[in-house]
Write a protein that binds this ligand. Structure first.
Ligand code: SAM
Length: 376
């Protein structure tokens, strides 16, 4: 018999889908607004039925809903929109049948937006096919792949890496890191060995003291293995006290990294790193927030600013430390108001007050530096 969690959508799973939906809303809209992309592929390799017994919506329904919104907004503007090709796969053909019915009943998609394909293939086989498709994909096409297995035994890191090699795709991977950490502590089963050996040589895998350490170690190992052409990010979902599950995000595009970070801060307004189960409230958006915790970041940014840094250096520095360019701007403003910041234009003259140019718009297309900053 299936576990209850497999027939019902629970809060921790809803958070996972919330991050996916919020990020894809940005992604679809960016892809619609760029003249360089004509076709966008979305692959959900472990799709499930779309709607659970308790009425909760799974990834396919949420993603199609976001796509419809983006499409309708674009149409209102008469924009020249990209075509979207969605692909849903689940090894269980009954779930795919349910999904087809659910999509039809919800009237959530139309041919104008693009196509939907369904399959019931084992992830391993599909992954091999997808790797070849993505490698051959022309420059005007982009892909996003969501991988949401029940466990970690189904997936290997080398498969994720293969999906990224064409540099035209992004991957969001859910891993039950809590169970992996527990095994890591209590004697590692073969499957976890295999998973980790695929990323880093056994002797280089560090010991993790806590579940959070384990997530951090995995993220670092992923990053090291992929190298500096890729960005790796994590979003932690705590189910109960000290039970940490994690979504890992992989992209080769710094703006993808920027938008994922923005999504994380949208959900976790205090730390931008994850979501905690609050037993008093299962409302994800209780509205109670103390604002962003940036004091730790302020310290490291001030050390970084002991040397002269450009607006572009600061954009990268923000993202790599998990903070938004707006947080950096806030700290620079404070330093400026306190009379501690030297801000200059490339010709050496003084920059205008409160103009920091730390955003993607000032970074993209290989623009030259607009200003330089240093603490007195
Ligand atoms: C965690 S659920 C996916 C939930 C879904 N993303 C959602 O939001 O509702 C995992 C799904 O993967 C399917 N599955 C299990 N093993 C698979 C495999 N080897 N290949 C493809 N799908 C598989 C299961 O039938 C199950 O529906």
């Amino acid at each position: 018999m299936k576990k209850k969690s497999q027939n019902n959508l629970f809060v921790h799973s809803a958070v996972k889908i919330d991050l996916l939906g919020k990020y894809l809303s940005k992604y679809f809209s960016i892809m619609s607004n760029t003249p360089y992309v004509d076709i966008v592929h979305y692959y959900d390799l472990f799709s499930g039925p779309g709607i659970y017994d308790n009425g909760g919506e799974g990834s396919p329904m949420v993603v199609l809903g976001k796509l419809k919104e983006v499409y309708s907004r674009g149409k209102e503007r008469n924009a020249d929109l990209s075509t979207y090709r969605c692909n849903f796969n689940d090894i269980d053909p009954r779930l795919i049948e349910k999904l087809k019915n659910n999509i039809e009943a919800a009237n959530i998609h139309c041919a104008e937006i693009g196509s939907i394909a369904f399959s019931s293939i084992d992830y391993k086989i599909l992954c091999g096919e997808l790797r070849d498709t993505l490698k051959k994909m022309p420059k005007n096409e982009k892909a996003f792949v969501f991988i949401d297995p029940y466990g970690y035994k189904e997936v290997r890191f080398s498969e994720i890496k293969d999906l990224l090699t064409g540099k035209n795709s992004e991957v969001l991977l859910f891993l039950p890191t809590h169970f992996m950490f527990r095994f890591n502590e209590n004697g590692t089963p073969e499957s976890l060995h295999n998973f980790i050996d695929d990323i880093v040589p056994k002797e280089q895998w560090p010991k993790s003291e806590t579940g959070l350490d384990f997530v951090e170690n995995l993220k670092e190992a992923f990053q090291k293995n992929l190298g500096s052409d890729y960005f790796v990010d994590s979003f932690i979902i705590s189910r109960e006290k000290n039970q940490f599950f994690c979504l890992f995000f992989f992209t080769s595009h710094i703006y993808g990294f920027d938008r994922m970070l923005d999504t994380k801060w949208q959900i976790d307004e205090e730390d931008g790193r994850g979501w905690k189960f609050n037993s008093n409230s299962i409302d994800l958006f209780s509205g109670v927030t103390n604002g962003p915790n940036i004091s730790k970041y302020e310290k490291i940014l001030k050390v970084f600013l002991k040397e002269k840094r450009s607006n572009k250096d600061l954009y990268q520095f923000s993202l790599h430390n998990g903070y938004l360019p707006s947080h950096t701007g806030q700290i620079l403003k404070k330093c400026q108001d306190d009379g501690n910041l030297i801000a200059t234009l490339p010709d050496g003259s003084r920059a205008r007050k409160s103009s920091f140019y730390i955003s993607w718009d000032n970074y993209k297309n290989n623009q030259s530096e607009k200003a330089f900053f240093r603490l007195k």
